[in-house]
Write a protein that binds this ligand. Structure first.
Ligand SMILES: [Zn+2]
Length: 180
């Protein structure tokens, strides 16, 4: 997977506006496109942590290099010895507290929220656009499909992020170099 035109456009937008990037994706495509991600709401594949004490385990991402057929014992936490797990949020788990606090304060303070390519049905993340609207922000949805959010936003753009975001950022910042 490589960053698409949508990821790259978002990184370009940050040059012209104070941008807070909140993502439910657990990949690092935004970072690779050049965005600073303020909150990974569902965690990150690239931020493994201890399953017991939560201590981050940087540098262990590529630790599991054994034969695929072998059962790999998780590395041990340097703080408590507990097994290290991927830093993603499973169904039913709480969102990372810092990421959620960042997202909520951005939703409450923003002038514009652009909701891109999410089905907007997974709570509590789905609550963020509604918070932003209540706080007076303009809310725009970019999604090729109708979502549970569509009726509650100010503007709807029925298109993919890879098409709509570059057009939007071109309009705001001037045309950028074509990227894909
Ligand atoms: Zn630990």
């Amino acid at each position: 997977m490589r960053p698409n035109a949508g990821h790259l456009a978002l990184a370009r937008w940050a040059c012209a506006a104070e941008l807070t990037v909140i993502t439910q994706n657990v990949d690092d495509l935004h970072e690779r496109a050049g965005s600073a991600v303020d909150a990974h709401l569902h965690g990150s594949l690239f931020a493994p942590r201890c399953s017991v004490c939560g201590h981050p385990a940087d540098g262990l991402v590529s630790a599991a290099t054994a034969e695929p057929a072998e059962r790999v014992e998780p590395p041990a936490c340097t703080a408590c010895g507990g097994p290290i797990r991927p830093g993603v949020v499973w169904f039913g788990e709480e969102l990372p507290r810092d990421a959620w606090a960042t997202a909520v304060s951005a939703a409450d303070d923003c002038d514009l929220m652009v909701v891109v390519g999410t089905s907007a049905v997974v709570y509590p993340a789905a609550e963020l656009p509604l918070r932003a609207a209540r706080s007076g922000a303009t809310v725009v949805e970019i999604n090729p499909e109708q979502t549970g959010l569509s009726d509650a936003v100010h503007h709807v753009c029925r298109d993919t992020a890879a098409h709509a975001l570059p057009a939007l950022v071109d309009a705001v910042c001037g045309p950028g170099s074509p990227a894909g």
